[in-house]
Design a protein around this ligand. Structure first.
Ligand code: 13P
Ligand code: SF4
Length: 372
């Protein structure tokens, strides 16, 4: 079996030139606005909803990971895409954008710990074991939060990518093509979606890549409908059923709204479950006076609170629940990126190797074709 290697998903960021550290916030903002104006339509800045306010205010477009992938494929007029998000999102933008476009991630340390929980060698090993043990067709499905070479793996093996906004539609697509699914790297999104589709938990065992045969018996593997990968989001893992109880005790009318990366015990207690785009819309569409306890990254929750002073918007988790890698993108790194673009220098270029790109694009295009 061929093993395609790709660069590690996250890397170190070299320190910025000293002048960026010395700038005041106001001066930094002014210079960002100036550089952006000079670049005009040559640059498009995409911002994920978890970005901090100081960065998101400069985004031309904001979105969840699905919407940002769509946007990256629809803005060919821009020579440069500056991705204010994390590494796997910038890779997807590179895969989906036109050949002349170049993608930059302002801080290379903006990775994703969940994406790092599955690598190509582990997935190839699992796949080989499944091919030996099972007669039926298995369809590999990777969550968007994964390295490009895992998307390419899915492309090569008749599989597909999903995001938190389309996982059910994608799994339906997969079950039209096979009797089982290998779903990586987020066990929670896979389990929550499978449960919603009526698949019993016993038929969704978890493959642990650090154990022989994933730590599963032959029977468990043969009986599985979705083989989940042992992986999780460190941010969404922190929400608990106890927090839902506590929120409802203090605010009996509160509506609990969580992201599907949360564990299923939390998801099954929630009133609503959906991607970041869904969460924003649910709050926006609710009448004044509605009370919300939200289980997702804190920057989005705070922003929703600021935008809707007529509603109560609070985090389910009483302490701070930050995606520390998203937080790596700050105004000085954005300014550094834009000022270099003025000289046609693309710092932190995210460039997926061509062979990986072609296969990964197959899997992403399959997703884009069936969305919703
Ligand atoms: P969405 O952008 O699909 O809501 O996912 C959230 C997330 O964790 C991104 O890393
Ligand atoms: Fe990764 Fe979780 Fe951060 Fe999303 S919120 S980028 S899944 S660590």
């Amino acid at each position: 079996m061929s093993v395609v290697m790709a660069p590690p998903p996250t890397s170190q960021q070299t320190p910025l030139p000293e002048r960026y550290a010395l700038l005041s916030d106001e001066a930094c903002d002014e210079l960002i606005a100036e550089a952006k104006a000079k670049l005009g339509r040559r640059v498009v800045i995409l911002g994920h909803h978890y970005q901090r306010d100081e960065v998101i205010k400069f985004a031309d477009y904001t979105g969840d990971s699905f919407k940002l992938a769509q946007l990256a494929s629809q803005r060919p007029e821009a020579d440069y895409i500056v991705f204010c998000g994390v590494h796997f999102m910038a890779e997807s933008a590179d895969i989906l954008s036109a050949g002349h476009q170049r993608v930059s991630l302002p801080d290379l340390a903006a990775g994703c710990s969940m994406a790092d929980m599955a690598n190509i060698d582990q997935v190839e090993e699992c796949w080989e074991a499944l091919q030996e043990g099972i007669e039926e067709t298995i369809v590999p499905v990777t969550y968007m939060n994964s390295a490009a070479n895992l998307k390419a793996f899915c492309g090569r093996h008749g599989g597909i990518v999903c995001t938190s906004s389309n996982a059910e539609g994608v799994l339906r697509w997969a079950f039209e093509r096979g009797s089982g699914v290998l779903f990586f790297p987020d066990e929670h999104l896979g389990r929550n979606t499978g449960l919603k589709m009526g698949i019993p938990i016993a038929r969704m065992p978890v493959w642990n890549p650090f154990r022989d045969m994933g730590g599963l018996t032959d029977h468990q593997i043969e009986e599985s409908r979705i083989l989940l990968w042992k992986g999780h989001c460190s941010v969404h893992q922190r929400f608990t059923p106890q927090q839902v109880h506590e929120a409802r005790t203090v605010y009996p009318d509160i509506r609990v709204l969580v992201h599907p990366e949360c564990r299923h015990e939390v998801v099954e207690m929630a009133d609503l479950v959906g991607s970041t785009e869904y969460i924003i819309k649910a709050v926006e569409d609710s009448p004044a006076g509605t009370q919300w306890a939200i289980g997702t990254e804190i920057h989005l929750v705070h922003r929703l609170g600021d935008r809707h002073p007529d509603k109560l918007v609070m985090s389910l988790e009483p302490t701070v629940c930050v995606c520390t890698t998203m937080y790596r993108i700050d105004p000085p790194h954005l300014l550094w990126t834009l000022e270099n673009l003025l000289e046609d220098t693309v710092v932190n270029l995210i460039s997926v190797p061509e062979d990986i790109k072609a296969d990964a694009r197959l899997a992403l295009d399959r997703m884009l074709a069936i969305h919703k």
